[in-house]
Design a protein around this ligand. Structure first.
Ligand code: HEM
Length: 165
């Protein structure tokens, strides 16, 4: 059967096929300026900048302490030698947050004893808290918080003694 271009349906089909072919041969590479709201646009969209990268680092109580979230800076805290970036929890740990006392500090004892009293914190020029007087239940409580933190925040370093680096 001959392909009759005189038929409007065939003409329309031919135009549509040519349109599809040119989409394949000359794909659009324009990048959407607005944040995509549906997945298919996401393939051709690039964010303005790369998200900040986090380097795993060794911290001491002194080098950890500036990361207390003041002036909008990152917020780190340590539990049992593991340093977490809790910047995403700024409402909790930022300067006016309920748990701001833990920011930039070794929070192990406070987490273990479920207390944000300031005497839970070891002064930053002192040796690390050995935690050897904690009860098994307190250690369990601390480990529970570490589990919670590892589902929510990024581990970005370890905490060692001031004179270890
Ligand atoms: C006055 C009693 C307290 C109240 C009413 C309270 C309330 C809360 C609430 C509502 C949350 C948020 C839960 C969520 O959305 O996941 C939370 C989380 C938390 N609370 Fe408390 N809390 C209290 C005492 C404490 C104490 C004494 C500690 C000391 C360790 C503590 C440590 C935390 C921590 C570490 C989180 C997790 C925050 C995060 O996910 O980054 N809380 N608390």
């Amino acid at each position: 059967m001959a392909f009759d271009l005189g038929t409007p349906v065939n003409t329309a089909l031919l135009i549509y096929i040519l349109y599809l072919l040119q989409r394949i041969v000359f794909p659009s590479n324009s990048i959407s300026k607005t944040i995509p709201t549906e997945f298919k646009n996401g393939y051709s969209w690039m964010p303005k900048s790369h998200p900040p990268t986090l380097l795993y680092q060794t911290y001491t109580p002194k080098t950890l302490s500036p990361f207390n979230g003041e002036d909008g800076k990152r917020i780190l805290l340590a539990i049992d030698g593991v340093v977490y970036d809790v910047t995403a929890g700024r409402n909790f740990y930022g300067p006016n947050g309920m748990y701001a006392n833990f920011s930039g500090r070794d929070a192990s004892r406070g987490m273990a004893k479920q207390s944000f009293e300031l005497d839970m914190l070891t002064p930053i020029d002192q040796p690390l808290d050995k935690l050897d007087d904690l009860t098994p239940a307190e250690i369990d409580n601390m480990k529970g918080w570490m589990e919670h933190f590892s589902t929510k925040y990024i581990v970005c370093g370890k905490l060692v003694e001031n004179d270890a680096v």
